[in-house]
Write a protein that binds this ligand. Structure first.
Ligand code: NAP
Length: 296
């Protein structure tokens, strides 16, 4: 029997903690605020934006969008981020990524101090993760780990694999899993598109985190029997049975892995909802750091 590793109970528990943390500040306190800066275009980020708005409302975080206008280029983006970074009433800033040329995501996010770079994707935050002193860690990496830990998938001291090495998802997740933090300490193998034989690389893994965006990449040919699979990948495939004509799927061939894997997080409904809850929890951390005068 393959366990279905649903994100809902993980997200609900996390949201309850976030609400309680905000309530503890008392009725007179100004609640945490999160600002999402994005190109105003139809991109996958738009879907994430809707979830951010709903997630913020559910826990009591003040949320607003700052869309760029079509004539805004890198200088205007930089100016916008500097203004938000200097605004004491803005505690957390999220910048859409990836950003197409001529924008340079890393040049832009570097204008945001690590305490406000709430998704932990700027060079300063990634460097702090390497140095075992994280301020913010990407919400998706925290969410993948939270789902795995909730269902007691083997991590600590165990062989674990991460498939995908992007700077915003796979790589920070691999760094988090191999960090010395309690519950982490995994022995991590990092796989990517240039790996010759994925099955060979995954052979010893007890838990696999897949962060690729390729439907059916993981199946019985490369996932060891009895492994846990945390599916971070999200792709859209045509589905004429849906009103929208499409549906979301993960990297796993869920039907093939049923009865083979020990546990599998579904897409949708697995890591996705927890990512929003982690983002709100990080916003509360940014709010506290703001009132304490910054990170050590
Ligand atoms: P990305 O930048 O496109 O990176 C994809 C990674 O997968 C790359 O490292 C790539 O390797 C690797 N890869 C591609 N084909 C492969 C193959 N055949 N075998 C092994 N590795 C392969 O994507 P991303 O931004 O990291 O996002 C990854 C996935 O996570 C996407 O589906 C995205 O939608 C999803 N996501 C989900 C959430 C959530 O909350 N659930 C949040 C963010 C992202 P190379 O480095 O060699 O090119």
């Amino acid at each position: 029997m393959t366990r279905r590793l649903e994100g809902k109970p993980v997200a609900e528990a996390m949201d309850a903690e976030t609400r309680a943390a905000i309530a503890r500040a008392g009725p007179g306190a100004s609640p945490p605020s999160l600002v999402s800066v994005h190109r105003d275009t139809d991109s996958p980020f738009r879907f994430y934006l809707r979830r951010q708005g709903k997630g913020a409302a559910a826990v009591g975080v003040r949320f607003r969008e700052e869309p760029l206008v079509p004539t805004d280029g890198p200088p205007e983006l930089l100016e916008r981020l500097r203004r938000l970074d200097a605004d004491p009433d803005v505690h957390a800033i999220l910048l859409e990524h990836p950003l197409p040329a001529p924008f340079d995501f890393y040049a832009a996010i570097s204008a945001v101090r690590p305490e406000k770079d709430v998704d932990g994707v700027g060079p300063a935050n990634l460097g702090r993760l390497v140095a075992q002193r994280p301020v913010h860690v990407p919400a998706v990496a925290l969410a993948a780990v939270a789902v795995a830990r909730h269902y007691e998938a083997p991590i600590e001291g165990e062989p674990v694999a991460v498939v995908g090495r992007s700077e915003t998802v796979g790589l920070p997740l691999a760094l988090l899993l191999s960090s010395r933090a309690p519950g982490m300490n995994a022995s991590v193998t990092l796989a990517h598109s240039r790996v010759h034989d994925l099955a060979k690389v995954l052979r010893n893994a007890r838990t696999i985190f897949s962060c690729v965006g390729r439907p059916n990449l993981l199946n019985r040919t490369n996932v060891p029997e009895g492994a846990y699979l945390i599916d971070v990948g999200t792709s859209t495939v045509p589905d004429p049975t849906k009103t929208s004509g499409s549906r979301s799927v993960g990297d796993a061939d869920a039907a093939a892995l049923d009865g083979w894997a020990a546990g599998l997080s579904p897409v949708p409904g697995g890591v996705g909802p927890v990512t929003v809850s982690e983002l709100m929890a990080s916003t509360v951390r940014a709010w506290r750091l703001g009132s304490e005068g910054g990170a050590a």
